[in-house]
Design a binder for this molecule. Sequence first.
Ligand code: SF4
Ligand code: SF4
Length: 184
Amino acid sequence: MNRFVVANPRRCIGCKACEIACALAHLSVDVNAANENELPFIPRLSLVRAARVTMPVQCRQCEDAPCANVCKEGAIVQKDGCNIVYDELCIGCKKCMVVCPFGAIDVKPLIVNDRTVAQHGLQADGAAKEVFVTQKCDLCLGRSEGPACVAICPGDAFVIVDDEMLKETTKNKRFAAAKEIGKL
Ligand code: SF4
Ligand code: SF4
């Protein structure tokens, strides 16, 4: 089963530290070089503020992922219990954005060798247009400390939900339900 990160809205204080940590964790170079190269700074989760709730929303790593099902380029694949986008296969058609039930996908400029890439054959206002591809939470795969949002959150709002945790939670709910019925 895929694992995923989810936030507890009761613990989120809306500080946006998770968004900053996420964007930093996905830079291919340090902040100064990113600034010089004018690289985009785009997190893979979004803090949502509504009337009664403030919390970050990110990919649930769906088991029958609508984003992967709709992608004709085969750009979204499962790797290490996580659904990831292969930038080099993505053509930026945005079908995956449209079908994601959580709004967990954004577009970002394609970065190759620490630079944005201009599209061959398409100009914008007389200049080369940047190539855009999609991006989503990849659970910071390859980062030894695990997901950057989980590590940075001062409210300890994030939980990594995996197979074991789901089984334990379900078991506890079953016991609670049985106890309730026992009182009848
Ligand atoms: S991006 Fe959306 S559809 Fe795709 S796995 Fe994540 S939550 Fe599911
Ligand atoms: S935007 Fe990219 S990842 Fe999404 S469906 Fe199109 S080709 Fe696939």
